[in-house]
Each structure stands twice: as structure tokens, then as C-alpha cells.
Design a protein around this ligand. Sequence first.
Ligand SMILES: [Fe+2]
Length: 140
Amino acid sequence: MIIKWKPEFSCYDSTIDEQHKKMIDMINEMNDLSLYDDHIDRYDSIVEVFGRLKDYTVYHFNHEEKLFEEHGYDSFNTKIQKLEHKGFVNKVTSINLYDLDENQNETIMSVLDFLSKWLEHHILDIDRKFGEFLREKYEK
Ligand SMILES: [Fe+2]
């Protein structure tokens, strides 16, 4: 397991939390596939999970961005969120795992390191802010 859900990841919104958990699961699924040591090539499976993760992330970002609008999140933080989302999508679409076939293990490790660190940062520094905004708005 390269990234583990922890209570401080909660954004006080069950749908956002569920979606983050799914993304964490997919990163761990890629990690598990890369750790087998039985000489069976699982590269295609890793690429398949990576593709699913990319699609799901776009879906998740769209969902979040709809919520910002619905709940009247301020334009400054909405802008930061959208820039983060765009930057991440650009980064992951630029990664072509098949391009780097020669050094599979190192490539996968660095991609997994990037994905897990990015997601943790995104949840803790960016999405939680939105969660706190929701909590303040509705729990008073
Ligand atoms: Fe998010």
C-alpha cells in the first residue's frame, strides 16, 4: 500500500470522500501489480488501471467543480482548484507508460510516487479547504 486513507483526509462531504477513496484504491492497485515478483509481466494491467484512474480523476474534478458553483465557493479558491485540476490532467496525459517500456520498474515507481504525493497534497491542502467552507456554511 503506497497511500492509505486517513481520517484527516475527510472533506466533510461523503461523495468527495468516496471518490478520493476510489482514487486511492486505484493507485494502490497499480502499486500491488508492480510489486509481484513472479516474472509475469503485468505492465498491460498497470497501464489499464492507470487509464481508469485518469478517466475517474477527470470525472471527480468535474464533480468538484460543479459543487464549487452550487455552493458559491469564492472565486479565488475556485481558481486555485481549477488550476490544480488542469495541471494534474496535463501532467497525467503527458505520461505514456508504453513510451518508457525499457525501464518499467523505475518508471512505474516514479509515477506512483508522483500520484500518491499529489493526491495527498490535493486532499489535505486544497480540497479540505473546500470541506471546511462547506462545514462552516451549513453547520452553523
Ligand atoms: Fe479532490
